[in-house]
Design a protein around this ligand. Structure first.
Ligand code: ATP
Length: 453
């Protein structure tokens, strides 16, 4: 977290306020003094967060520096911002978004704008809901009007808002407009923000929408992600002739706060953990020096949870799996074994997801079983991530595992590996995952043998 990262303007490294005597952005609140960029109400809202945001994270310092030290250039230029999972990118783009909207409101002398000043796009509804919750908390007691434009909600009736948080599919209806859908005018946009850019650009329809928006406006666009693996095209959407880039941490790697762990499982083994007729849990605790012996993956998860709880090592867990049906199966199996768990995936409503997160925060459930839809951007306080299966790409594994080790806190990411899995693709992804680990990371023997390393 002490590493300030590096800001570039047209490939040249440029300094940011990162320490020494001159650090107006290291703190959001300077006792007795006005912040050089942020509105006092927004600062108060940052301080009211739980826990309060008092110090700016490096990515936030860099962006605020860019907007003030290089005001003329940043008024026109795009930004590509790559910073590790959990490093604070959400506030890093929300703060400029809010200030941009406030500037428009001031220019309009408080009169409502007929079209948005800032649009923030992200690839999934749960992420949009989370960003929107952060946004509404930060604009409290300001004149900024916000709007959530995502599927499975009512169509918006008015375009008189300043900042919209959107998913491309629903936004398309309002972009084109019709008798049924009010049309959002993007020609007056002041700032376009695309979060999880590498994921968003992989979908052809989303890509086309961003392309069309960029054709209609000359405003700057900011792109954010923790990964950028080259498996997608930025096309003309990122205007790289005059641009800023920021990077914090190693590209496409886990932050050092995440400890990756690999455990061997065997899908063909019969269940060992079961509940008998009188409700007693029978489990053969397969441990040896605190390491689990091989068993089937759902039992493995039960034993991992027990081991961690018995040793008071961790309290809250998120388990990832590729399939909705497996997420439901695992949550049910854990519940049968007396562990309160909830599954959360695309087939659940926004309201069910919101309740699940609230209950999880309150400690009603200690375990969430999620699908890939929750892989990116989701910020819940967990100690351990368990990868029940190997995801479809190394970047997905980084994002899944990056749900721990956030905001400077340490956490473990356990990946279950079935060495009998015949799927060539899974093995190839695992090889990429292992290849991207720090060179001094010691691999368990079973994994090194399985991958012929
Ligand atoms: N300045 C700050 N002070 C205190 N907490 C902060 C600060 N900035 C961010 N946080 C907290 O750190 C956590 C991680 O931030 P955030 O979700 O923005 O990370 P991210 O970089 O977007 O991660 P990901 O790539 O996984 O989406 C959040 O809980 C957020 O509230």
């Amino acid at each position: 977290m002490n590493d300030p990262g590096q800001l570039f303007y047209n490939d040249d490294p440029v300094p940011v306020y990162n320490g020494g005597a001159c650090q107006p952005f290291a703190f959001f609140s300077k006792a007795g003094g006005e912040h050089p960029y942020l509105d006092p109400a927004v600062i108060q809202n940052l301080l009211n967060q739980k826990p309060p945001a008092i110090n700016a994270r490096p990515v936030q310092t860099a962006l605020l520096s860019m907007l003030t030290m290089y005001k003329k250039q940043s008024a026109k230029s795009d930004l590509m911002c790559i910073s590790e999972t959990g490093s604070g990118k959400t506030y890093a783009f929300l703060l400029p978004a809010i200030q941009t909207a406030l500037k428009r409101i001031e220019k309009n002398k408080g009169k409502a704008s007929k079209s948005p000043s800032v649009l923030i796009f992200c690839h999934s509804q749960p992420l949009a809901e989370l960003i929107y919750a952060n946004l509404t908390a930060l604009v409290k007691n300001t004149a900024v009007k916000t709007c959530l434009v995502i599927g499975k909600t009512e169509f918006i009736k008015s375009t008189e808002f300043d900042i919209g948080v959107c998913c491309a599919g629903r936004f398309r209806n309002h972009f084109e407009g019709s008798k049924r859908y009010v049309q959002i005018d993007v020609t007056k946009l002041d700032l376009l923000i695309i979060d999880e850019v590498d994921e968003s650009m992989k979908c052809a329809d989303d890509f086309m929408l961003y392309f069309e928006i960029r054709q209609k406006t000359s405003c700057p666009a900011y792109f954010f992600s923790a990964t950028l693996d080259g498996s997608f095209s930025l096309g003309d959407i990122f205007r790289d002739e005059d641009c800023f880039c920021y990077q914090h941490g190693e590209l496409n790697a886990l932050p050092p706060t995440v400890i990756p762990v690999f455990w061997e499982c065997d899908r063909s083994m019969l269940p060992e953990a079961y509940l008998d007729d009188d409700g007693t849990v029978h489990a053969i605790p397969p441990t040896q020096n605190n390491t689990l012996l091989k068993c089937n993956p759902s039992d493995m998860i039960f034993f991992i949870l027990k081991l961690q709880w018995d040793n008071r090592a961790a309290t809250k867990f998120i388990i990832f799996t590729k399939k909705t049906v497996i997420a439901d199966f695992l949550a049910n199996k854990l519940a049968l074994l007396g562990i309160k768990a909830r599954s959360i995936h695309a087939k659940k409503s926004a309201e069910a997801r919101r309740r699940c997160f609230e209950d999880f925060k309150a400690g009603v459930y200690k375990v969430i079983v999620a699908t890939n839809q929750l892989t990116r951007g989701i910020d819940v306080d967990v100690d351990v991530v368990i990868n029940y299966d190997i995801p479809t790409s190394r970047t997905a594994w980084i994002h899944r595992s990056g749900r721990v080790g956030r905001n400077g806190k340490k956490g473990a990411a356990i990946t279950l590996v079935d060495t009998k899995d015949p799927d060539y693709q899974t093995k190839a992804v695992l090889r990429e995952i292992v290849g991207g680990l720090p060179p001094d990371k010691k691999l368990p023997t079973f994994l090194a043998e399985y991958l012929n390393l």
